[in-house]
Design a binder for this molecule. Structure first.
Ligand code: SGN
Ligand code: CA
Length: 568
């Protein structure tokens, strides 16, 4: 008997027992013999349940966690951001229509590896030890995957892990080494490295579907993590999406030409501007060989290396798509703000083309669950490791505690539990995912985990004691994109950020200034709020026991960094 069927049977059996007992309002109203009979029936039923133990396990929902890389909520139609009119994600929007969307979903540390480590461990970066991408995850620590596996779940992970080492807690895995490649990537498997032909998003989707159909163990609930590389830099779309959006102009963000006059100095000393730091060839694949004959050697990194791994057919499709566009670019020769707008269009289109691949993957996975009759007992989650700047503030990349990169999508369809089309405003974090999955599985949440299970919210409850603030801490500095270390607190309406190495503060009123263009730290009007948020920040740092080094750096160090950055 398949585990779905046994679970239905055990549910029916329990229901019948309930019904017979409900005939009598109290036990004392039952005739004596019937009471004995009922006790016997109960014991027999209990015994039967023990004999078909997997049936009890199968009552627990399957979990399909679809997770992408750098997919900002404002690039999802259902989140109603400024890219909605492009209609970037019909399948993810459908998932939101069928399930619950969390409007205030945040990461704890806006960067890839750390976000994944937080999800697996249920602990902040300073506790799980993976504070920046340079770290290696200690797979020996407790994770939600291990808890699920131990409690009888069949577990698998495919795609980007970015945690180094061999995954633990998974019955099967195939992961990209490091960032992985878009075209014809290598994949690390329990049996060594394997090169797989095709586009990474499709490969990861197919591996997941293959496991659903043939790989998993019958009789066990499953937890399947499908972790896409897309839409991570260098935004390389699948062949079939190379011409998508050719005929439209992507709308521009309000803050494309932000000059960060109001931010504390760190925001002005970064390296993630479309204008100055996004490279025409490396990031946007513009053919510059006429200008730089030695270009192959000079840009022997990610996208360039990947272009060299393409099959002749892939190369042809690529050249056919970008060749004419590049010729037009050289003819137009845009300058200054026009060049920023041109780069933005090429970037946003490629980013959204990659998003399209992820959205199609969601559609395909949902259809597979449906075909396999698994849809009624499978929780489907869509999320991404952090948000992203799609030209917002003139930037790409993430890392900051500003809204666009602090926010993560979190959409969950739990059949029979989440109300279709519902939206939740409570503040949640990736810190809560592991605890949520464990509660869904009916297992015990390890005491060391620091998040809160979202199950009550998913059930539509509004717990009075739900958190009113979230804690954030970013560490990777100095490093690519040069976003300084900072920690902070965000509440429903306000955000306080401390760039501790530079001893600089920022405070935003998100209601009056949703784009965070007005740092109110010096504004007397907000003195009480700032003091209250400082107090809350101290409380959170104590609560989560963040004892990492947050010292102010010596003045000479600060000046040196400032001067270096100003010179760039
Ligand atoms: C790479 C990217 C960066 C990106 C980091 C971290 N450069 O270094 O743009 O910020 O990864 O991204 S690339 O040239 O290799 O694309 S993360 O998602 O892995 O944290
Ligand atoms: Ca990422």
């Amino acid at each position: 008997m398949s585990h779905e069927k046994t679970s239905q049977c055990s549910a029916r059996c329990t229901r019948r027992m309930h019904n017979s007992l409900e005939l009598f309002r109290t036990e004392s109203e039952m005739p004596f013999n019937f009471r004995r009979l009922t006790v016997q029936t109960c014991l027999l039923a209990l015994l039967a349940c023990l004999v078909v133990a997997p049936a009890v396990a199968a009552d627990r929902p399957n979990i399909l966690f679809i997770f992408s890389d750098d997919h900002a909520p404002h690039a999802i139609g259902a989140y109603n951001g400024w890219l909605k009119e492009v209609d970037p994600t019909p399948n993810i929007d459908k998932l939101a229509e069928q399930g619950m969307l969390f409007e205030n979903s945040f990461c704890t540390n806006s960067i890839c590896g750390p976000s994944r480590a937080v999800i697996l461990s249920g602990k902040h970066s300073h506790k799980n030890g993976f504070m920046n991408n340079g770290n290696s995850f200690d797979w020996d620590q407790q994770t939600f995957a291990k808890v699920l596996q131990k409690s009888g779940y069949n577990t698998a992970i495919y795609g980007k892990s970015h945690l180094k080492g061999a995954p633990q807690g998974f019955d099967d895995w195939k992961v990209l080494p490091g960032q992985g490649l878009y075209y014809n990537p290598d994949m690390k498997t329990p049996n060594g490295m394997k090169r797989i032909e095709g586009h990474c998003t499709d490969i990861v989707t197919d591996l997941a579907i293959e496991w659903l159909k043939e790989g998993r163990e019958d009789g066990k609930p499953f937890c399947l993590m499908v972790q896409h590389k897309a839409p991570h830099r260098n935004w390389m779309p699948a062949e079939r999406h190379l011409h998508l959006y050719d005929d439209i102009e992507i709308p521009y963000p309000n803050t494309l030409f932000d000059k960060w006059h109001d931010n504390a100095p760190p925001a002005r000393f970064q390296e993630l501007e479309i204008d100055r730091h996004m490279h025409l060839n490396f990031d946007l694949f513009v053919d510059l060989t006429a200008d730089f004959p030695d270009i192959e050697g000079r840009f022997d990194r990610s996208a360039w290396r990947n272009l060299k791994r393409m099959t002749p057919a892939q190369t042809k499709a690529w050249r056919d798509a970008y060749g004419p566009k590049d010729a037009e670019f050289h003819k137009l020769n845009p300058q200054a703000d026009d060049l920023v707008r041109w780069k933005f269009q090429r970037y946003a289109k490629n980013y959204l083309r990659c998003v399209k691949g992820v959205d199609e993957s969601v559609g395909k996975l949902m259809a597979t669950l449906d075909q396999m009759d698994l849809d009624d007992n499978t929780v489907v989650i869509y999320s991404s490791d952090q948000g992203f700047y799609i030209g917002d503030h003139g930037w790409y990349d993430k890392r900051w505690m500003y809204e666009e990169s602090l926010k993560m999508p979190f959409i969950c369809k739990w059949p029979g539990v989440t109300k279709p089309g519902s939206r939740v405003k409570e503040l949640i974090q990736n810190l809560d995912y592991g605890e949520t999955f464990i509660e869904m599985a009916g297992a015990e949440i390890p005491a060391e985990m620091q998040g809160k299970s979202l199950v009550p919210l998913l059930k539509g409850e509004k717990p009075d004691d739900w958190r009113k603030s979230i804690y954030y801490h970013y560490y990777e500095y100095p490093s690519v994109h040069m976003v300084p270390r900072h920690y902070g607190v965000r509440t429903e309406q306000y955000k306080l950020i401390y760039f501790y190495q530079f001893d600089e503060w920022e405070f935003y009123d998100l209601k009056a200034d949703p784009d965070e263009l007005q740092n109110e730290y010096e504004n007397e009007k907000y003195a009480d709020q700032i003091a209250a948020h400082k107090k809350e920040l101290t409380r959170l740092r104590k609560h989560y026991d963040d004892q990492s080094d947050t010292g102010v750096m010596p003045k000479e160090w600060q000046d040196e960094v400032r001067n270096q950055r100003a010179a760039k």
